[in-house]
Design a protein around this ligand. Structure first.
Ligand code: ATP
Ligand code: MG
Length: 427
């Protein structure tokens, strides 16, 4: 990587030039510089400057006060992208969760408050000059993750750095340096003091942005992070865990809910629910992942298609799509007792059934509650039982879904339910 030089978008150079011309020293910092040195495409170029937020806002025509109290101003460039420009900062007080910062004069102070050496490299987009006081470039060369300064202090200042360490080590395939690893594992017990949102976002970044999430997830387990944050997956036997992680890895990035579903698949329903509640996803995501992880694999094709109808009736077409992807990933990862071709066949059979639009839910039946009232039934919980039993009958053969047959059947079912109740009363 030593001969790789960052190449910044024109807008980054324009912002730097404008600020430097106004007399304010300005550097590109953070993830974009690191990614460029790794030869990876850089997104999210961040700039650090000597100018105060007020001065940044006076220098540019179109700005957004993103987090002025933390020193950050968004500058809208001509490429339509907003770049974050942050005043040099130093920490004056930290408590493991928050930091009180003040503005600083020198880039070195700003870099020294950053978490890892690889994240503490500055690059001057006009002079094409690297400023790397903590040896981040050398660590990238040897693929080492190391804190800036004493690991114990840096993790105690902000316990989120424990999660960031394993995320970066996983994503960039870095070895965590011995002291950094020793302190990190010694301090995991403090992770629950972080807000649930920050904890969740870290896991979501692993799932949604890491092409090889097995490494970061493996570190979550090895470091004891799962023990304190995610006991439900920590309790999995090694073989189940390894299989789940392989399947997660076979799923695409940018589909974090699918990957989460794969991770929770070997976990029982109650534990998966507890996990998801603690993660505090939106209600919609929580439901989707719970259904996905709780559904059985797609049944193999059958000529009568009854198995397919029953599966779809129980879990729905949306969940079916997700399960198909999980099954396919499992087959591709060599973690299923069938081939991907067989999964594709099973999926095709499901889609064929869906296309033929058979009745799958009570609402699809050719009779409804009003018909039951006409038969003399009193509305109540028994309605649900009757309709459910009719649906069960129709799932066996969709041609049974016509009015007259269903009405006859409804009478029969009602009689049976009645006599059932009477005999219960007698016993
Ligand atoms: P990503 O690709 O995940 O965005 P990133 O390095 O850009 O990686 P950000 O969270 O966007 O990570 O933060 C930008 C930079 O700010 C980091 O590179 C690091 O220098 C610094 N930073 C962010 N969070 C912390 C933290 N908790 N402690 C210290 N420095 C941090
Ligand atoms: Mg970033």
């Amino acid at each position: 990587m030593s001969d790789v030089r960052p190449i910044a978008p024109g807008a980054v150079r324009w912002i730097a030039r404008t600020l430097e011309d106004a007399g304010y020293e300005t550097w590109a910092v953070g993830g974009a510089v690191r990614d460029a040195l790794l030869g990876r495409p850089s997104v999210d170029w961040d700039l650090a400057t000597r100018a105060t937020p007020k001065q940044v806002r006076r220098t540019f025509r179109r700005t957004v006060p993103i987090g002025v109290e933390h020193g950050t101003v968004g500058v809208l460039a001509r490429d339509g992208i907003m770049y974050e420009v942050t005043t040099f900062r130093r920490d004056v007080e930290t408590d493991g969760r928050h930091a009180v910062v003040e503005f600083a004069e020198r880039i070195e102070e700003d870099l020294s408050r950053r978490d890892f050496t690889i994240n503490a490299i500055a690059w001057h987009p006009l002079r094409d000059q690297l400023y790397d006081p903590f040896g981040g470039g050398a660590d990238l060369n040897t693929r080492t993750l190391r804190t800036v300064g004493a690991a114990a202090d840096r993790f105690r200042e902000d316990y989120l750095r424990i999660l960031r360490a394993v995320r970066f080590a996983g994503r960039f395939d870095l070895q965590i340096e011995d002291t950094t690893w020793a302190e990190l594992t010694a301090l995991t017990e403090y992770l629950p003091t972080l807000s649930p949102e920050r904890i969740r976002e870290e896991l979501m970044k692993v799932l949604s942005a890491d092409a090889r999430p097995s490494r970061a997830l493996g570190l979550y387990r090895d470091a004891g992070i799962n023990t304190v944050l995610y006991p439900e997956i920590d309790e999995l036997a090694d073989s189940h865990w390894e299989k789940a992680v392989k399947i997660v890895e076979a799923l695409p990035v940018n589909r974090p809910m699918l990957r989460l579903g794969a991770l929770l698949r070997p976990v029982d329903e109650a534990s998966a629910a507890a996990f998801l509640v603690r993660l505090r996803l939106s209600n919609a995501d929580t439901d989707a992942v719970a259904h996905l992880s709780g559904a059985p694999e797609l049944p193999p094709p059958t000529p009568e298609e009854e198995v397919q109808r029953r599966w779809l009736s129980r879990h729905g077409g949306q969940v079916m799509k997700g399960v198909a992807r999980l099954d396919l990933a499992a087959a591709r990862a060599g973690c299923a007792d069938r081939s991907s071709t067989e999964v594709v066949e099973a999926w095709r059979a499901m889609r064929a059934v869906l296309r033929s639009c058979p009745p799958l839910v009570v609402g699809d039946l050719a009779i409804d509650g009003r018909d039951l009232i006409a038969l003399g039934l009193k509305p109540g919980p028994v309605f649900r039982d009757v309709l459910q039993q009719l649906l069960d009958w129709v799932l066996g053969d969709p041609s049974r879904n016509e009015r007259d047959g269903l009405l006859l059947r409804a009478e029969e079912v009602t009689r049976r339910l009645d006599s059932g109740r009477h005999s219960e009363g007698r016993s």
